[in-house]
Design a protein around this ligand. Structure first.
Ligand code: SF4
Ligand code: FES
Length: 371
């Protein structure tokens, strides 16, 4: 296994500014989605940053150049001090989007957040059909989401809907789009499942067939928004032979801060065992961004090995996803196995072939619960 390398100080000093901060204010969540992007080891509530800590993080982030923040979780509404957290981001001049399951979102609660300066809301729904949505969420939650959608629409805040796509809901895509329009979303993010963490555990149950994806892509291509929601299609990298330019490049655009202050170049990087991520309790964000070994480990192209080293796409896709390379090969510096040029491509190709040949799996999931 190759450990993280550190870029030169010169390279670090020529860095672009980060523009986005993912603030995971808690890992607690009333839902149990089997593709959750939180780590397998969830942070306990007792280890969470205080609202005062978050105020310092937002101020430091704004000084670094961050202009927008997704305030996420888990379920951020489980933090009673969420208005204080939002207000501190607003004071720092950072545009905020609440990323929520909708459970616990009342008109009063959203009104308080809007008064604190909240700029927009992204609501998740697991399927257009109630039974499928509740099955994936691992709890009855569809009715609460319907209510949350009404509350968001009535607030007038910009409203995005997020739907993670997989074998059990891809065929419902036209209904999902209709649902977004009916609920009043301005934008629907159609996020094909990314297979690391919980989703990798559930890969056999979640992987769609190529036919399902082709039909879904045709639906998106034929969609005419008119006055309806904009669609955002998040690429399913297992099927294209091309890796995604993950996070716009490692340590190039965004910072994730976890509930306990762990700072990472992307939310899935908790899993990279030899990364030794810094913590905002110990270091200012400017040091974390420019100097920390974790943020410099896979920045630029100097670290690249194997086919990426001489590849003309290396400045386009940055060698793909480090977290996926680590999850599938145990070495975050290897070419992303999603790339058809990767010597490890069979690790992606074979499960896709099996998904096509196998009958639709029973929707039996390993749900996200604290260990
Ligand atoms: Fe991208 Fe590396 Fe594949 Fe080239 S070899 S397309 S740089 S992942
Ligand atoms: Fe971490 Fe892709 S999810 S680099």
């Amino acid at each position: 296994m190759t450990g993280p390398a550190t870029a030169t100080g010169q390279e670090a000093r020529n860095l672009p500014a980060p523009w986005a901060l993912l603030a995971e204010v808690t890992h607690a969540c009333p839902l149990h989605c089997p593709y959750c992007s939180n780590p397998l080891e969830l942070v306990r509530k007792s280890a969470e940053l205080s609202a005062g800590d978050w105020a310092r993080v937002f101020a430091e982030a704004a000084d670094l150049g961050v202009v927008q923040s997704h305030i996420s979780g888990g379920e951020p509404l489980l933090r009673p001090d969420l208005p204080e957290i939002v207000a501190s981001a607003h004071r720092a001049g950072v545009y905020t989007q609440l990323v929520t399951s909708g459970l616990g979102l009342t008109a009063d609660r959203l009104g308080g957040l809007a008064e604190a300066g909240l700029n927009s809301v992204q609501l998740s729904v697991q399927d257009a059909r109630r039974p499928g949505s509740d099955l994936i969420a691992g709890t009855a939650s569809y009715t609460a989401k319907e209510h949350a959608a009404e509350v968001i629409r009535a607030s007038g805040l910009p409203f995005g809907l997020n739907v993670v796509l997989h074998r059990h809901n891809l065929d419902h895509l036209p209904e999902i789009i209709e649902l977004g329009a009916r609920w009043g979303a301005g934008r629907i993010e159609l996020a094909n499942t990314q297979f690391y963490g919980w989703a990798l555990r559930n890969r056999a149950a979640l992987l769609p067939t190529r036919d399902q994806l082709d039909r879904a892509k045709a639906t998106v291509a034929a969609y005419d928004a008119g006055g309806g929601p904009e669609l955002v299609w998040v690429m399913p990298d297992y099927y294209e032979g091309l890796p995604k330019p993950c996070m716009g490049g490692w340590g190039m655009r965004s910072i994730t801060v976890g509930p306990d202050g762990t700072a990472l170049p992307c939310p899935a990087a908790y899993a990279i065992a030899d990364l030794a991520p810094p913590n905002v309790r110990d270091r200012p964000l400017s040091w974390i961004w420019t100097e920390s070994a974790a943020f410099n480990a896979y920045r630029g192209t100097a670290w690249m090995t194997g086919p990426c080293g001489g590849c003309p796409r290396r400045e386009t896709d940055f060698g793909g996803c480090r977290c996926q390379a680590y999850a599938l090969t145990g070495d975050a510096a290897r070419t992303d196995p999603a790339c058809s040029l990767s010597p490890d491509h069979h690790l992606v190709r074979d499960p896709v072939t099996e998904a096509v040949q196998a009958p639709a799996p029973e929707p039996v999931f390993v749900y996200r619960y604290p260990s």
